[in-house]
Design a protein around this ligand. Structure first.
Ligand SMILES: *Cc1c(COP(=O)(O)O)cnc(C)c1O
Length: 875
């Protein structure tokens, strides 16, 4: 029988256990073990059946069960205590309240297209979403007043399974929001609060707003699946990264423009402080800046409307943009006409269309004039921008150099903040107890991680084995389930019971499967891989997982190649591919692996976070020096796979790098794990002979300890959030407040100044440069006086900085290791010219050179390169 209507009946909890409702709805349970344990204890069998989802669990309990629980004094007391604990967590001062002053923002809006918070709210595809989830959770733990904004996808991303011959199959189970840990925002009269955007052809797109409570952090999710919309509009939020380009564009319009409106609705209904800083996590949400410009150009509070330039100055001051990918295909680009088509419907009626289109224009040498680039718009709408690891910062500066052509690559105003991971979500409780001091330490956060140095080898080794064994059990279950889906009968699957071995060196590799991550690099020489897996003295086992984007045939072929290799009866007990990599799998996988493998094509991995999650569980990284590993590998916390980026073709490169990977495993990783002490030397005892109780690999454990103690604090998202607050949020708040004060007086003044300077700039020229004090044989310590004759056109000396850049020069006369000195204005000369001069000291030997340039100068600028205006002295 098929139902013709469905609805969800909410569980009514008796008074004595009423707080269970709040405990289930606030996602803090997902990183607070005692709360999670409480739900598991309610009904362990049901808990497993609902895959550890408290809201579903409560919905599955019978009236009798609920009655019974509500009369169990011990249980009631536990509920009360945990509810009190949650209340304290939600209200007491945390790091932000303890350490930040009045210049820190009262609220920060964080926009992301995806959020990976818990399996119970599957709204992510991979690293970007998990990072966003970790950002919110950490903000909550630290008391950083973030409010998240995103979309609620009806089917999230897809579920992956395999066909008999190893081809990825996708399914899209539809989620029922009423069964998710969400609360609908409602108007005072009880009707759902809505935001509405006009669409072309007289259509419109409305969305309701769900709120997820991520500890202290509200996350607002826009949902277009409502009856006020036509079918096409209802489906805008159908799935993550699905559909064609128009579909994607409409999702992003809803996220950016609708997201700002949702924030306003949220503030109106709850009294929440309006954000003072807007953080655009990757380009998808970039339209948020245009909606804010619309607000300023057409204010509803009676203040003086701003011009485009004025509004842009004010919006930029308070906006932070984070770029997440150096892979051009990873950046969203639309047709310029397509964007024009949607905005012509009156999405932001006060904002001139041409201005909007110019924000996304690829105005650099290889740019395509027909395209609208979301990352470029993101950079133009934010005064502060960052990449997500040091190396990625450098790669981004060179990738976007075209927007700041007169400057050296290292001056491009994109900084970096290295990603981190939310430790309580990703560390196994056993490791937490061993390695982390429960008490926070505001001044010396790293001190919390030193405890592991006091843990004896035997104890650390025993915990590592428990984690490995748990992974082995989980793998066996998952593999069996996968094979049944692939059409195997139980009778054929006896072998899955003995897949993997809890005493064998376990290497993990799990991530999305874009080409650059090279899932199949390990298969480069299949015979050699086989020998490594089957080595009688030092066997190795591999656990592999990853989803390919549904439209990526190449990725699917890589998965199939790998699956076929793992299907071989000769090796299938040592290498497995697990379908449907997700948070739930990850939480068993990271702790259970001894080594975490990562072999992207350098430098295409922006940061990577899975290796960080392995590290905080005592896993050692074996990785190409890309992303975070490039800055954190220290020779004792794992291994670096050498990169052959000098090779002409990727094919050659894959050969060389795969060979290096095999060599590292055979000669370094495995010998150390099996504890023979002499890497690449004498043979270890056969692993089949049970190791004596004290036979622990001391050198291996020294690396584990070192990893936990030194990487733990550095890869923690607490470090990341601290960096964001100090380096970006507080400065953006200070700039934003200054710009907005007095009805935007400073923003208006800055905008007029920028207009004046842009107009005058073509006349600005360094006409002549002189230096006094250069001897026949210059020596270190000599002082030169540099004089520059500058034509300022209609500008004044106060509008500019004239500086001399000096240092060591290369054969091509490029100045390296640059220092700068500002030249001061002297008396004006005739003809609008101005003399600037000042001293520099020769501070190094060898080839030395200097040059002079003129830059715009204004208190409203965050970087001298910001306006992309510079006048360099010619030869
Ligand atoms: C951490 C994580 C990722 C991201 O891993 P990368 O190293 O950035 O590729 C993707 N998916 C899941 C489930 C994760 O936990």
């Amino acid at each position: 029988m098929k139902a013709i209507r469905r609805f969800t009946v909410r569980t009514v909890l008796p008074e004595s256990i009423a707080p269970l409702g709040r405990l289930a709805r606030n996602l803090r349970w997902s990183w607070h073990k005692p709360t999670e344990d409480l739900f598991a204890a309610l009904n362990p069998h049901a808990w497993e059946a609902v895959h550890g989802d408290p809201v579903k669990l409560l919905g599955s309990l019978t009236r009798e069960e609920i009655q019974q629980i509500s009369q169990d004094p011990e249980f009631v007391a536990r509920v009360r205590a945990l509810d009190a604990d949650l209340e304290t967590y939600l209200t007491e001062p945390h790091w932000y309240q303890r350490t930040q002053g009045p210049e820190a923002p009262r609220a920060i809006a964080y926009f992301s297209a995806e959020y990976g918070i818990t399996p119970a709210l599957p709204q992510y595809s991979g690293g970007l979403g998990i990072l966003a989830g970790d950002h919110l959770k950490t903000a909550s733990d630290m008391g950083v007043p973030v409010v998240g904004v995103g979309l609620l996808y009806q089917a999230g991303y897809f579920k992956q399974s395999l066909s008999r011959d190893g081809w990825q199959q996708e399914t899209y189970p539809v989620l029922d929001p009423d069964e998710l840990p969400l609360t609908l925002l409602r108007e005072a009269d009880g009707t759902p609060a809505l935001i509405t955007l006009p669409l072309p052809d007289g259509r419109s797109l409305s969305a309701q707003i769900w709120r997820a409570d991520v500890g202290r952090v509200p996350l607002l999710l826009l949902d277009s699946n409502i009856r006020q919309n036509d079918d096409a509009a209802r489906n805008i939020t159908d799935r993550l990264y699905g559909g064609g380009s128009d579909h994607r564009l409409q999702q992003e319009l809803l996220l950016g423009l609708g997201g700002i409106r949702a924030l306003r609705v949220h503030s109106r209904l709850t009294g929440a402080a309006a954000p003072e800083v807007y953080h655009c996590n990757e380009g998808h949400a970039g339209f948020l800046g245009i909606e804010r410009i619309q607000e300023l150009m057409s204010p509803e509070d009676g203040s003086e409307p701003m011009t485009w330039e004025e509004a842009l100055a004010e919006v930029r001051a308070a906006t932070v943009f984070t770029t997440h990918t150096p892979v051009p295909a990873g950046i969203d680009r639309f047709e310029r006409d397509q964007v024009g088509h949607f905005f012509s419907a009156g999405l932001t009626p006060a904002v001139p269309l041409k201005r909007i289109l110019d924000l996304g224009a690829e105005t650099y040498p290889d740019g395509n004039p027909g395209k609208f680039n979301m990352a470029v718009m993101g950079l133009r709408l934010a005064q502060r921008a960052n990449g997500v690891a040091k190396l990625h910062g450098a790669v981004s500066r060179s990738m976007f150099h075209g927007l700041w052509q007169g400057f050296d690559v290292d001056e491009v105003p994109i900084t970096s903040i290295t990603n981190g991971v939310h430790v309580p979500s990703w560390i196994d409780p056993l490791v937490w107890d061993l390695a982390v001091e429960p008490q926070e330490n505001d001044l010396h956060p790293a001190a919390r991680w030193r405890k592991v140095y006091d843990v004896p080898d035997a104890e650390l080794w025993a915990v590592r084995r428990v984690l490995r064994e748990r992974l082995v059990r989980d793998v066996r279950e998952r593999l069996r389930a996968s094979w049944k889906k692939r059409g195997a009968a139980d009778a054929e699957l006896g072998w899955t019971e003995s897949v993997l071995d809890p005493d064998v060196l376990t290497i993990g590799f799990a991530r999305r499967v874009p080409t650059y991550k090279r899932l199949t690099l390990m298969l480069r020489d299949p015979a050699r891989l086989k020998r490594i897996l089957l080595d009688p003295q030092r066997p190795v086992q591999l656990v592999v997982a990853g989803k390919s984007h549904p439209a990526d045939e190449m990725g699917k072929r890589m998965i199939q190649d790998l699956v076929r290799f793992t299907d071989d009866p000769e090796v299938r007990h040592r290498i497995v591919f697990l379908p449907n990599y997700d948070i739930a799998m990850a939480r068993v996988l990271f702790p259970g692996c001894d080594v975490w493998l990562n072999n992207p094509l350098r430098p295409l991995e922006a940061c990577g976070t899975s290796g960080m999650k392995a590290a905080i569980n005592g896993g050692l990284n074996l990785s190409v020096l890309d992303g975070w590993w490039d800055e954190m590998y220290d020779g004792q916390n794992g291994w670096a796979i050498p990169t052959a980026d000098n090779k002409a073709s990727t094919d050659e490169r894959d050969d060389v790098e795969a060979a290096a990977l095999y060599e590292l495993i055979e000669s370094h990783v495995a010998p150390r794990f099996y504890g023979d002490g002499t890497e690449a030397g004498a043979l270890a005892p056969r692993h089949e002979t049970a190791p004596a109780p004290d036979a622990v690999p001391h050198q291996w454990l020294a690396m584990v300890r070192h990893t936990l103690a030194t990487l733990g604090p550095r890869v923690s998202a607490r470090r990341m959030l601290t960096d964001y607050v100090q380096q970006l949020y507080v400065p953006a708040c200070v700039s934003g407040r200054a710009a907005a004060a007095d009805d935007g007086a400073a923003a208006r003044a800055t905008a007029h100044w920028i207009e004046r300077v842009r107009e005058a700039w073509p006349q600005v020229r360094v006409e002549h440069v002189d230096a006094q004090g250069v001897h026949q044989e210059p020596q270190i310590g000599d002082e030169l006086t540099v004089s520059a004759y500058v034509d300022l056109g209609s500008l004044t000396p106060e509008d500019v900085t004239v500086e001399v850049g000096y240092g060591r020069v290369s054969e091509t006369d490029h100045i390296h290791e640059r220092s700068y000195a500002v030249l001061e204005p002297d008396e004006p000369l005739d003809g609008g010219r101005q003399l600037f001069s000042g001293p520099i000291t020769i501070d190094r030997s060898g080839p030395f050179g200097y040059t002079v340039r003129v830059l715009p100068r204004h208190a409203g600028l965050a970087s001298p390169a910001e306006l992309s205006l510079v006048s360099n002295a010619a030869d």
